[in-house]
Design a protein around this ligand. Structure first.
Ligand SMILES: O=C(O)C1=C[C@@H](OP(=O)(O)O)[C@@H](O)[C@H](O)C1
Ligand SMILES: C=C(OP(=O)(O)O)C(=O)O
Length: 407
């Protein structure tokens, strides 16, 4: 399937954003570990959360978490402390997203996890038992999800857990998010320098409400920046958010968008001020990178974005996907090593009727849909259903905002 998307001339909308999948998937693990009888309020209905709910409520032993990185990593740690024999698998892409560091760490803490197919990758066979815990060293530079997964089960290990993080720590706000949510469920940890320590403790059941998703908000910031005239209200966001991607509000001031906070969420307004060169290190907000790369080229804002090393092992190789699809629109992006993308206005001949491929990546579809605002003929997006990974209502929300969508 393909969607042909055309933009309205004036963008005026009030959007109920989806709930954060990062918070939802942590809350589900912490809810289970605290044997909570409370309902989680405003749980996401996205694919990545559904697979987690299904696994946690299942009577079976074999779980398919499809494309959900958080579910794969968090459940691997969770299942290794539940007595029984389990298998966990996912999509073909998931079978190529590395998990060795987490498996090695869990095995050294008393778990028994084996690879069913390829060494270092899902699917896994997990023999769950009590975990002794102790002290480990772990690279902080591949995926913070390994660290979050270990931390959430750490208080239930016999000796607790001390993690010495080695090297550069990527996606740090997601580790902070994990520790903050653990604290809401009654567990304290200590993070000092490169070391995080969690003593044996019990989780306490608490009522819990999930915030709206700041990563999803980024596409609405992008639309506001790309349209001449925009007034957008995004509901369910807070200024003091637990999510690192709330940095999007500050970052978009450089692209001419100001944010004001109301008691219901945020209002986006254009202020017309825009930088000419945008330099930023995305190591703390990797999920925002696609939004900014696409927005900047369309606004002719040159950029140098670093800290992108984790993009290669996400839903697709996002660096390659961005370069391929932007070339169709006439933009040539320069890639340096595996962590920098730079653009100083280099152009090529654009295709007459480009179709943007989405590579089974929700963020490719959502970051390219706003291109409709910049091209008179609109834009065509292939396999648009991918958005359900994190934002199932994305296309309905675009219709609500006045976009025309034809398949
Ligand atoms: O813990 C989380 O909820 C996430 C952590 C990040 O992954 P990495 O730590 O692999 O960068 C992020 O990209 C992902 O969308 C969600
Ligand atoms: C990278 C992402 O998800 P995950 O790693 O959890 O599959 C994402 O949502 O952008």
């Amino acid at each position: 399937m393909e969607y042909q998307i055309k933009a309205p001339s004036k963008l005026q909308a009030s959007i109920q954003l989806p709930a954060s999948k990062s918070i939802s998937n942590r809350a589900l693990i912490l809810h289970a570990l605290s044997y909570s009888a409370y309902d989680i309020v405003n749980l996401s209905d996205c694919d990545d959360t559904k697979v987690m709910v299904n696994a946690l409520n299942s009577d079976g032993r074999d779980f398919d978490i499809k494309a959900a990185g958080t579910a794969m990593r968090f459940l691997t740690a969770f299942l290794s402390k539940i007595v029984g024999e389990w298998t966990i698998t996912g999509t073909e892409r998931m079978k190529n997203r590395p998990i060795k560091l987490l498996v090695d760490a869990l095995n050294s803490l008393g778990a028994r996890i084996e690879y069913i197919e390829k060494e270092g990758y899902p699917p896994l066979r997990i023999f769950g038992s009590a975990l002794q815990g102790g002290e480990i060293s772990l690279s902080g530079g591949i995926s913070s999800q390994y660290i979050s997964a270990l931390l959430m089960v750490a208080p239930l290990m016999e000796k607790g857990l001390t993690i010495h993080l080695e090297g550069n720590i990527i996606s740090r706000p997601y580790i902070q998010l994990t520790l903050q949510l653990m604290e809401q469920f009654g567990v304290k940890a200590n993070w000092s320098g490169q070391t995080i320590k969690v003593l044996p403790q019990e989780y306490k059941p608490v009522p819990f409400t999930v915030e709206s998703d700041w990563s999803a908000a980024s596409y609405w910031y992008q639309m506001a920046a790309l349209n001449k005239d925009a007034e957008i209200e995004l509901l369910g966001l807070f200024k003091n958010s637990l999510q690192g991607d709330s940095a999007v509000a500050g970052l978009f001031t450089q692209l001419g968008i100001t944010t004001s906070y109301t008691n219901k969420g945020v209002l986006l307004k254009k202020n017309g001020n825009r930088c000419t060169k945008f330099n930023h290190n995305f190591v703390n907000e990797p999920d925002l990178a696609q939004t900014f790369v696409v927005t900047c080229v369309l606004l002719n804002v040159h950029f140098r974005f670093s800290g992108l090393q984790s993009l290669k092992i996400k839903e697709t190789d996002r660096i390659e996907a961005l370069c391929n699809e932007l070339r169709k629109l006439g933009y040539l992006i320069h890639v340096e090593g595996n962590s920098v993308m730079e653009w100083n206005g280099e152009r090529c001949e654009p295709m007459d009727h480009p179709v943007i491929n989405t590579y089974e990546d929700h963020r490719m579809a959502m970051a390219f849909a706003p291109v409709a605002l910049a091209l008179p003929q609109g834009i065509c997006i292939a396999d648009p259903e991918v958005v359900s990974k994190s934002y199932p209502n994305f296309w309905n929300d675009l219709l609500k905002a006045g976009f025309e969508i034809k398949d």
